[in-house]
Design a protein around this ligand. Structure first.
Ligand code: NAD
Ligand code: WQD
Length: 342
């Protein structure tokens, strides 16, 4: 049975966890990654979990010639999961052209090669950022999209549109757009996890580094929001649950779903920043020094998913309890520190 899947960005945070999920489900994975925000060591972690080394091609998706050669070597693939993108919100404001070039050229080149090589199924990493500051909560897939607040978010809005138009023009191409809420945590084995460069801008990596004493204090951005406890609310989804949704999406297309579809991937539960910090402390027994800081520009006060469509159509739901996810992130943090010190 043909079962080869190309995973662009497969050396990254979500890509490694999804590669594990794909291999565990019996798929043969080929990773395309330029290692711009990752390292080959992440793939070694995958191998330690599954016992199988995915084929790895060091290629930049925005380099059409190189990407065409990589696709030519894997014309027998039955699907592509396209993770490869730059994702730092702040950096995208400073370097919009770098983000548009990388994220949009990369996507266009991938789609072009899929049509050329007749590879019929794509899963695309979109983001809850496409909803901007929603007027109603929770957000369903029909909640209107808003202009994104940063070039990074804009590449997701535009990426979704590019895929819609390409599917419309190519009846043999199927696509599933997955709008992730806030992915967090690590594989339970602590063999793979999130590896931010420099000072983390996302909440949980900063919480872990503060708990570990690498950062002095966590700034909690704003305590005066119009929410029950005054803190921002997000929908934090376990990375392993997120990974398994990609397998479900792929199987849905392989089972015959045609055209384009879109799914929110979240838990359906909103959690405030303070609730997350306190759950981390009780799950790990480690305290997180913190102070209230001004609101962060561009933050949406509250957003969480209605993820019932993914449950109805894909048979998928988020299962891992938040405390377990936070404990996995902490184990990963400790393992990274132990490796640095050895
Ligand atoms: P990541 O940076 O850990 O992984 C992305 C991978 O893509 C990296 O290994 C990087 O080297 C690679 N890459 C980037 N540009 C490339 C290019 N032009 N050619 C080849 N490889 C390239 O990020 P992640 O958190 O795993 O995110 C994966 C996808 O999910 C991205 O599209 C991101 O925008 C999206 N997403 C992430 C989050 C999140 O909070 N992590 C939320 C919503 C959506
Ligand atoms: C979560 C909450 C902060 C850091 C971003 C992107 C989004 C998606 C996921 C890719 C907010 C608060 C944070 C800190 C804090 N990525 N916070 N102190 O902003 O919801 O989403 O990552 O698609 O597009 O925008 O995630 O983890 O940065 O913040 O108080 O040091 O934690 O204010 O309320 P966000 P985050």
């Amino acid at each position: 049975m043909p079962n080869k899947i190309i995973v662009t960005g497969g050396a990254g945070y979500i890509g490694t966890h999804t590669t594990v999920a794909l291999q565990t489900a019996g798929f043969d994975v080929v990773v395309f990654d330029n290692l711009g925000n990752s390292s080959g060591r992440a793939i070694d972690g995958v191998v330690r979990i599954t016992g199988v080394r995915p084929e790895f091609i060091n290629v930049d998706c925005s380099d059409m010639d190189a990407l065409a050669r990589a696709f030519d070597a894997h014309r027998d693939a039955i699907g592509v999961i396209h993770f490869a993108a730059l994702k730092a919100v702040g950096e995208s404001v400073e370097k919009p052209l770098v983000y548009y070039r990388n994220n949009l050229n990369g996507l266009i080149n991938v789609l072009d090669n899929m049509v050329r090589c007749k590879i019929p199924n794509i899963v695309f990493s979109s983001s809850s950022t496409v909803y901007g500051e929603p007027d109603t909560l929770p957000v369903t897939e029909d909640t209107p999209l808003k202009p994104a607040k940063c070039p990074y978010g804009q590449t997701k809005v535009m990426g979704e549109q590019i895929i819609r138009d390409t599917v419309l023009a190519n009846p043999d191409l199927n696509a599933i757009l997955l709008r992730y809420f806030n992915p967090i945590g690590a594989h339970p084995s602590a063999e793979i996890g999130e590896n931010p460069n420099g000072i983390p801008s996302n909440l949980l990596p900063f919480v872990c580094q503060t708990a570990a004493g690498i950062r002095e204090v966590l700034n909690v951005f704003g305590d005066d929001y119009d929410t029950p406890d005054g803190f921002c609310i997000r929908d934090y989804i376990d990375i392993n649950d997120l990974a398994s949704a990609h397998v479900a999406a792929l199987k849905h297309m392989l089972d015959g779903a045609r055209g384009i579809d879109v799914f929110n991937l979240g838990t359906g539960r909103g959690v405030s920043v303070m609730e997350l910090i306190k759950t981390f402390e009780s799950a790990t027994g480690v305290s997180v020094p913190r102070k209230i800081a001004p609101r962060r520009a561009g933050d949406v006060p509250a957003i969480w998913a209605d993820a019932s469509r993914a449950n109805r159509v894909l048979g998928w739901r988020a299962n891992v309890p938040l405390s377990e996810t936070l404990a996995s992130a902490w184990r990963w943090q400790q393992k990274c520190m132990a490796e640095q010190n050895s």
